[in-house]
Design a protein around this ligand. Structure first.
Ligand code: ADP
Ligand code: MG
Length: 235
């Protein structure tokens, strides 16, 4: 579905992501693990062209999309569910959702809203309320629903479990598992190892902007170097 090679992103003299290569296969959830500052968010933003790439090639859905800007990548079927949810707290939940279908006509936006409400009955019930009134877990649910409003083939998720209670993390895990089961591919950035184990077939470990380990999650978590370098501190 998505293949990235040789992705390098620098902010001035700081190289945040260096020579990253990864693949997110269709019908699967692919994990990206790493400590704070490892370059996870920058990797996602670099894929989407939201930060300038120093190098890198992108193939998506069988097409070279290296030169595509963010808008074109979204139209091609890549959606981002950003770090810290990034809802507009004073806007209604419905208006937040509609931002995910930005650029589409009225009819399409209406259809996508209806589809969202059919899936998330509780969101329909509260659609007119300001998004800031929701709990953290509910806001994450809305952020995921907003990403789905663009009808993506691949969703990039940036730490969806961050700041949530264990119960809310489980609920988000169930939601993501359901979306994956429908065939939507995901690239899941997480520090929650349990969530990665539950959802991902394959994962990459990032440290200091580089991929330091990758493979099927079962094998990855057996690898001592991975445990020592990262997981030991988190589990
Ligand atoms: N806009 C930016 N300007 C300068 N440095 C940045 C910027 N964004 C990220 N960085 C730096 O790049 C590195 C990777 O950051 P980030 O991708 O946010 O890590 P993670 O998401 O894994 O916590 C960090 O050292 C961070 O300080
Ligand atoms: Mg981050």
């Amino acid at each position: 579905m998505l293949t990235v090679t040789d992705l390098t992103v620098a902010f001035g003299n700081t190289v945040a992501v260096r020579d990253v290569a990864l693949t997110a296969a269709s019908g699967t959830v692919t994990g990206i693990l790493g400590a704070n500052g490892a370059g996870k968010t920058t990797t996602l933003l670099g894929i989407l062209g939201r930060v300038p790439r120093r190098s890198g090639t992108l193939t998506f859905d069988g097409r070279d999309v290296t030169g595509d800007d963010t808008g074109a990548l979204v139209r091609a079927g890549i959606a981002l569910c950003p770090e810290n949810r990034r809802l507009f707290p004073n806007m209604s939940i419905e208006d937040n959702l509609l931002l995910g279908a930005y650029g589409h006509g009225r009819k399409v936006r209406r259809e996508r809203l209806e589809r969202t409400y059919a899936r998330f009955g509780w969101i329909r019930d509260r659609a007119a309320e300001p998004a800031g009134r929701l709990s953290g877990g509910q806001q994450q649910g809305v952020a995921i629903a907003r990403a789905l409003m663009s009808d993506p083939k691949l969703v990039l998720l940036d730490e969806p479990s961050s700041g949530l209670s264990p119960v809310a993390v489980d609920e988000i895990g169930e939601l993501l598992a359901g979306i994956a089961a429908e065939g939507t591919a995901m690239l899941l950035v997480e520090q929650n190892v349990r969530l990665v184990r539950k959802l991902c077939s394959t994962a990459y470990v990032l440290a200091h902007g580089r991929v330091t380990a990758s493979g099927p999650v079962d094998e990855l978590f057996d690898d001592d170097s991975v445990s020592d370098a990262y997981l030991g501190k988190v589990v």
